[in-house]
Design a protein around this ligand. Sequence first.
Ligand code: NDP
Length: 466
Amino acid sequence: MADLLSIINPATEALIKDMPVDDGAAVAEKYGRAREAQLGWGALPLADRITPILRFRDLLIERVDTLAALLTSETGKPITQARSEILALPGRIDFFVQNADQVLSPDRVYAEPAEAALGAGTLEEVIAQEPLGVIANISAWNYPYFVGGNVFIPALLMGNAVLYKPSEFATLTGGAIASLLHESGIPEDIFIPVIGSGLTGAALLEQPIDGVFFTGSYATGQKIAIAAAPKLIRTQLELGGKDPAYVCADAKVSVAAAGLADGAFYNNGQSCCAVERIYVHADVYDEFLEAFMATVQGFKLGDPTDPATYLGPVSRKPQLSVLAEQVTDALAKGATLQCGGETLDRPGWYFAPTVLTEVNHTMTVMQAETFGPVIGIQQVASDAEAVALMQDTPYGLTAAVYGTERERAVGILRQLKTGSAYWNCCDRVSPRLPWSGRGHSGLGATLSLAGIYTFLQPRAWHLRAG
Ligand code: NDP
């Protein structure tokens, strides 16, 4: 009998259901089906692949209530944020669809003039794009529609077959995504969910796949890279971050405080690009802290199915001890607790929104990914000190600067190695811009044209007329 995966509601700790897990043999069987089906799918005219993707897009909008309720039940994501995530995917789909034809069209980069052919036939050089083949999409639980859709939508449009391994903490949503794609007309052997924990993900990597697109932590990303290396396949890793933000002396403090509180606490801080460290110039520190605390204290915490809730439970129980350890470590080293700091005495995996000040870089809260509703705010004396602290991390996903002078903010951001740079905004993703990391935040890019080309390999055609 197959092993079972227990899906638990983080808000109530109640068992939602037990799901059978794919073992190695089941994964191999799914791989075989995908391999057989992919050639036909890749050979279809693009329009025949676009039609089901657009149907999927429409079904997301039509079924948003049911899909959001399911996502909330297994991740604890507040229902309004679940709806926002689902309703933002159509915009990304539109971007991919609008650009698919341009990316896939053969590019005639050279045509020899007839008089230069000197007796031989004229020469043409053409770059064509071909799908990678069968890819593994190993996804995280925090934004299954976003981080999954950034991969499987362009991968399918470009003619690949996708073996989709949702996180074990977003398994029901992974199943719902698969059903919706199949109902939309994507063949069942072209998008195949692979169900299970990290062990199932590892079994997937044992198959002779043509690419692996992974979203998750640095620790797991390293394992994926090691497993994929001998295969010499396209390997893309979207990993975590310790994203810093700096509030300059000339910042509009109320704007910075509201923006950064949302950036730190949206989705309970469980975003790859959540603001995880805030540095504030001494000139505006007191004013900033007061405005920041007022915003945090206004966040409604509670039942994630209530549309008024902004903060629900964390999605994974073990994260509660990670958060508690970061707080304990910071307090032991001299930090001040402005609010929160502990798990809540109620059913569900709730951690009170936590703000720490008088923090420094000896504390894990300013060094290790927190991935929860805990933020450290550090006062700095100058832009140079802020830059040095922002640079002090192995991660490089995003960084934000709040201030009125564009040149000053851009000058600061240029000194940081991050995939995204924000001026007077944060925690923002656009389908038109590449999403990528530096250092421990990953390899490769999704979104933008780069995030479509990544599912293709170029082929050089040298064509001389006979
Ligand atoms: P994990 O690294 O724990 O897991 C990611 C995925 O990998 C899951 O599907 C997991 O399965 C699977 N997995 C675990 N072990 C293995 C293995 N040995 N081989 C193959 N697959 C494996 O990350 P989380 O799901 O907890 O996601 C949170 C992390 O993701 C954070 O660090 C966050 O910053 C990052 N992230 C990055 C984003 C970006 O765009 N840069 C976006 C969103 C999140 P299972 O869950 O079933 O164990």
